[in-house]
Design a protein around this ligand. Structure first.
Ligand SMILES: *[C@@H]1O[C@H](CO)[C@@H](O)[C@H](O)[C@H]1NC(C)=O
Length: 125
């Protein structure tokens, strides 16, 4: 290989690494906020959850840790689909979540569940 070819390849690789590093959202870019609504549903406290994409890129396949999650209140599966048994929760399955978009749902149970984000895919330009 000629020296100029090697130089070009090195630059291409370097740029690829940079765009990889900068073109990704962090899990901390997904904010999960919860508050008690004060309403009781079937004898359980109701909780309101707001998930916000704080990344500058669109995100998809956002998964929350829904280990042990239960709700006496039905949740729209297009907003949150929880696996059976409850382990993973898919936020807006199959749909993109835009920058600063807030996805909200409510659930009802005796206790609050932590619902931490465990994975997501970022669609950075
Ligand atoms: C999910 O949450 C459960 C219970 O809070 C915890 O034990 C587990 O380690 C978490 N899993 C991940 C992948 O964070």
């Amino acid at each position: 290989m000629r020296a100029s070819t090697i130089k070009t390849l090195t630059i291409v690789l370097f740029l690829a690494l940079i765009s990889e590093g900068y073109g990704k959202c962090l899990l901390s870019d997904i904010s999960v906020r919860q508050s008690q609504t004060g309403v009781m549903v079937k004898g359980k406290a109701e909780w309101s959850v707001s998930i916000t994409n704080k990344c500058s890129c669109v995100q998809t396949n956002v998964v929350l840790n829904c280990t042990g999650f239960q709700s006496a209140e039905e949740i729209d599966p297009s907003i949150l689909t929880v696996t059976l048994p409850p382990k993973l929760g898919f936020v807006k399955p199959g749909q993109a979540i835009n920058r600063d978009e807030v996805v909200s749902f409510k659930y009802a149970w005796d206790n609050q569940f932590s619902l931490n984000p465990i994975s997501s895919q970022s669609l950075c330009p």
